[in-house]
Design a protein around this ligand. Structure first.
Ligand SMILES: [Zn+2]
Length: 255
């Protein structure tokens, strides 16, 4: 199914809304990717994107893998600050609605693969099983033995081997997490809806998933984002310009 509802002047708004709601209501196997926009309502500054925390060259440099080698203390302070900010926030209505949608689809024999670029842990706290493409600011990884430990990121060595630990997050210049990416690629061919929420679709990863959906799998693609760029919008069949929390109304139609 391919429905490009952007700019179709003959379609009334109400009919357009109905078509959009059908996409959600009929979906049984959904892949959802979320970005910083979904956590903005929780009070968190965005990690990536044109209005985000990491929007300047300076921030991009401070959160880079290269800087971790040069000045690990500075990166640790930055990531620890992000983890502290996230810990002070609560999941939003959109986080809870996605968790409930995942439970409800699974109860009906369907599935919702939820993958996020956020490292704030809010999807997990809302009760969703989540694939973290950029890792988590609340988890540590030993660079020597690869053991995982719960945060916070202090200067303490690995409890297993004494090696150096770091936050299990993807810094600029580093590759996204392999296992989440692999699981999404496995879920896409069988999906009946690919939904991106609160992301500027700047990363090549999401662009390539949207391309697979449209070109290879015939999966409808929906971008739900505040003020999406034309470059981002043209990669999706349906574009909904809205606050992330407004997704709750669309998910409600799937019950
Ligand atoms: Zn270790």
């Amino acid at each position: 199914m391919k429905t490009n509802l952007m700019g179709r002047s003959s379609t009334t708004d109400s009919k357009r809304n109905l078509e959009r709601q059908h996409l959600f209501a009929d979906a049984r196997r959904v892949v959802v990717i979320t970005g910083a926009g979904i956590s903005a309502a929780a009070g968190l500054a965005t990690f990536r994107g044109p209005t985000g925390l990491a929007s300047t060259d300076d921030m991009t440099e401070r959160l880079s893998g290269r800087h971790l080698e040069a000045d690990p203390e500075d990166v640790r302070a930055f990531v620890t600050g992000m983890a502290d900010d996230a810990a002070r926030c609560e999941p939003t209505a959109a986080h809870f609605a996605l968790a409930e949608w995942q439970r409800s689809l699974r109860a009906k024999g369907g599935d919702l693969t939820l993958v996020t670029m956020n490292i704030d842990g809010l999807h997990e706290r809302a009760g969703a099983e989540t694939l973290e493409l950029h890792g988590s600011a609340h988890r540590l990884r030993c660079e020597q033995c690869a053991a995982m430990h719960a945060g916070p990121w202090t200067s303490d060595p690995c409890r297993s081997c004494g090696g150096q630990v770091r936050a299990d997050v993807v810094l600029y210049g580093e590759r996204v997490m392999v296992e989440p990416e692999w699981k999404v690629k496995r879920a896409l061919p069988d999906a009946d809806l690919f939904l991106a929420i609160g992301t500027s679709v700047e990363t090549g990863t999401i662009s390539s998933w949207a391309r697979f959906c449209r070109r290879d799998y015939d999966v409808p693609t929906v971008l739900f984002s505040l003020d999406p760029s034309p470059a981002a919008a043209e990669q999706f069949d349906v574009v909904i310009d809205g606050q992330a929390d407004e997704i709750v109304e669309y998910i409600a139609t799937s019950r």
